[in-house]
Every structure is written in C-alpha cells, then in structure tokens.
Design a protein around this ligand. Structure first.
Ligand code: AMP
Length: 285
C-alpha cells in the first residue's frame, strides 16, 4: 500500500480531496475523524496537519504527501518535488505597519523584531541579505504582533493582501512564492516510485484538463482555413464529415477555457453553427 499524507483540515484540504476525487482516487473516509482513508487501488491517505506533512514524508511514514511549498521549505527537510498542483497559491512576504516608513527590505534595520510562523525562512532571508534581525516565533495571527508592540515587522502568508491591509500592514518584499505541491520521500524504493509516477500522471491529467474545454462546431467547408487559425487545438482541429451535412463539416478541438467567449464569437463571425462546448475530465497530451 502506498501511503499519501494529505492535510486533515485548513485551506488546502478541500481542494486536495477534490483533485484526488477528480483523478479517480476517491477519498473514502470511514468517519469525520478518521485518520486514514482508502484512495482505492494501491493508495491510502493519512490525514495530518499540513505543517507536519514534510516531516512525515521525509521520515518515510508516508511515501508522498501534499502540502504548501512554504511549509516544505520551512521544515528544512530534503524531499523530492514531484509536481506543482497549482492551487493554494500564496506568497510569504515581509510586511510592516503603514506608518512605519518601511517600504523596502533595506528599510529593515538591524535589531528589529520580526514575528513569523516561519522562523526558519525568516532568519534565512535576512541572514542572506546580511541583516541581523531578531525572530519572534508565533504559531498564528502574526499580523497582530506589530500592533501589540511584540515585533516591528512580520513575515506572513498572503494571497490577495487584504488581511494584511485590514490590519494596517504594507507588503514590503516577497520571501517565497508558494502553492500546493506533491512531494515524495527521497528513500522510496523503485516500486513506490513507479506507483507515484502513475499518481502524478493521474493528477496531472486532471490539472491539464481544468483550463481547457472541448469545442465542437459545424463549419462551412469553405471557411476551414480560417477555422485553423481560430482553433489550433492540440494537433490542429479534428475535421469530421456530417451525414447529409451538405457544405458543412464538424470540427472538434481542445481550446483554452479562459478565451472561450472570444473563440465562439470568432467562429460565429465566419459562419459556424451548432457550437457545443463541454468540460474535459482528463487530458493526456
Ligand atoms: P492553513 O490551513 O491556514 O494552515 O494553511 C495551510 C497552507 O495553505 C499554507 O501553508 C499555505 O501553503 C496555503 N495558503 C494558501 N493561501 C493562503 C493564505 N492566503 N494564507 C495562508 N495560507 C495560505
């Protein structure tokens, strides 16, 4: 059985489960508080705190795990990065009080106190810059520290910046860009590595499909050259004859979902009809 450590709660847990479910690794929990769950086939999930996942995986208690890149780096443990899962995007940033006058990393003076849930990364960041600060380790709500006089600045996670702003803090510089990652133990045997490669492909095919749609349209044969420009597809669009279709053929293509409205309008403008767009479950180019 291949053990995969997944976040038991918090920001990442729902999206991780959704991704695994979409990839056909349905998380079958036996109860709300279950610590493990079958993922079907040869995979088993172990639910732990996102912060503990790097340790679990590095120690070999799980073959692989999904957690934030920020937490992997903070752990300082050596792990194999298998893939970026593209959600849970956030930045670890240095932030200072609006009225502090600190607008860049150079504004941080030696001896300043820096509150953070990421003491290791904070220390490393300033040491590399040759700045001697004092780290104040906290286990949450670092943004309150400057207002309580516990610290001058903070190193905290943010995605939209709104929580920092709400707390009167200004983002000064980015320490690390983060997102959810699939990481593996460095000591996995060849059999585990092979199964993890299958897992990677299953998750990757779902992620690749998320930003794409499958589009079908009936196209006047004479505008086919123009359709090629509008619908490049993976290998150029597929063209299919329509029974009793007259001057029309059917064209199928995989297109980016972000620009789908533009694509539809462009197809209509050159006389295409019967346009149909569907979601794609998996994509393996
Ligand atoms: P939490 O559930 O708050 O313990 O956060 C777990 C992980 O979610 C963090 O370590 C980050 O990798 C990620 N995350 C994504 N967006 C944010 C955000 N805006 N603030 C904090 N963590 C975030």
């Amino acid at each position: 059985m291949l053990k995969i450590a997944l976040p038991n709660k918090g920001r990442l847990s729902d999206e991780v489960r959704e991704l695994f479910n979409d990839a056909g690794l349905e998380v079958r929990v036996r109860g709300e508080r279950a610590l493990t769950a079958s993922l079907g086939g040869e995979f088993e999930a172990i639910f732990v705190r996102a912060q503990d996942i790097p340790e679990f995986v590095a120690d070999g208690a799980a073959h692989a795990g999904v957690t934030g890149w920020d937490l992997v780096n903070e752990s300082g443990r050596e792990l194999e990065l298998l893939m970026d899962l593209e959600f849970g995007r956030c930045r670890l940033v240095v932030a200072a009080r609006e009225e502090s006058g600190i607008t860049s990393a150079d504004g941080v003076k030696d001896g300043m106190r820096v509150a953070s849930c990421f003491p290791r990364l904070t220390q490393e960041f300033f040491t590399k810059r040759g700045q001697q600060i004092v780290v104040v380790p906290v286990s949450g709500a670092a943004e309150i520290a400057p207002h309580l006089g516990i610290a001058d600045i903070v190193v905290d996670l943010t995605s939209t910046g709104s929580t920092l702003k709400m707390n009167g803090l200004r983002e000064v510089v980015t320490v690390l860009e983060s997102s959810a990652r699939l990481v593996a133990c460095k000591n996995n045997d060849a059999e585990a590595a092979r199964k993890l490669e299958e897992l990677k492909q299953a998750l990757g095919s779902v992620l690749a499909a998320r930003g794409k749609r499958y589009l079908m349209a009936n196209v006047p044969r004479k505008v086919l050259p123009q359709v090629r420009d509008v619908l490049p597809g993976l290998n150029g669009p597929t063209v299919v004859d329509i029974m009793n279709g007259g001057d029309y053929v059917a064209v199928h293509a995989v297109v980016p979902s972000k620009t789908i409205y533009r694509t539809i309008n462009a197809l209509k403008a050159i006389g295409c009809e019967g346009i149909l767009v569907t979601r794609i479950e998996r994509l393996m180019p």
